[in-house]
Ligand binder design. Structure first.
Ligand code: SF4
Length: 200
């Protein structure tokens, strides 16, 4: 059985793909194969859009406060399916939608993706990880190489014009307080929210 949807606290999470253009040194997929007792998030194959839509029928959707595109992979690897699934969720269940992304969707899809989010995604949460472009390459190891960090920042700045909330995150304890200050300055300049997440 494939785990397409799984619960985390009051959110229902969507696991659409295991593809990702990065190889983060801290990627959770290296140590475990599930989140909060979800069952393995490694997919035998990618579920189709129809299969994803049908999966929601199996859940009591009144229990959730939010639907989050996340999972064991980068959701923007399936950007168009993700956006269609998000539109479906909003229309059918009237729930807010969020995507947790590495912010590299423009490079993955080869277009300016920000305008496509309008009316479909309410919150975009992007892993900033570090304020330093060189350090970013070392720890996130994006296949696009140089320019990835800058592309992520540009996406964050663009997408804030199309969604209700853009959050950029770092993980508590992984960078110094001075680096956190730099991250806050980057976010202020971009006009997005900075959040330090708890270590999972
Ligand atoms: S972007 Fe996310 S899924 Fe991809 S390697 Fe990094 S932590 Fe893992």
């Amino acid at each position: 059985m494939m785990v397409i949807l799984y619960e985390v606290h009051s959110g229902l999470y969507v696991n659409m793909t295991n593809r990702c253009p990065c190889a983060c040194t801290f990627c959770l997929r290296q140590e475990k194969d599930e989140m909060d007792g979800s069952g393995s998030l490694w997919l035998d194959r990618e579920p189709t859009l129809d299969e994803i839509k049908a999966e929601f029928e199996k859940f009591d959707m009144t229990k959730y406060k939010e639907v989050v595109f996340c999972g064991f992979g980068e959701p923007t690897e399936r950007l168009y399916d993700m956006l269609e699934a998000a539109a479906f969720v909003k229309k059918k269940y009237d729930l807010p939608t969020r995507v947790n992304t590495n912010g590299l969707g423009d490079l993955i899809n080869g277009v300016d993706t920000a305008p496509l989010y309008e009316g479909k995604i309410d919150t975009v949460s992007i892993s900033l990880n570090t304020p330093d472009p060189q350090r970013y390459l070392e720890i996130v190891r994006p296949k696009f190489g140089e320019g990835s960090f800058e592309a992520m920042l540009k996406f964050a700045e663009n997408v804030k014009n199309y969604v209700g909330k853009v959050v950029m995150t770092t993980v508590s304890g992984t960078i110094s307080p001075a680096e956190e200050t730099l991250c806050r300055e980057i976010c202020n300049k971009l006009g997005v929210t900075y959040r330090i997440r708890a270590f999972e």
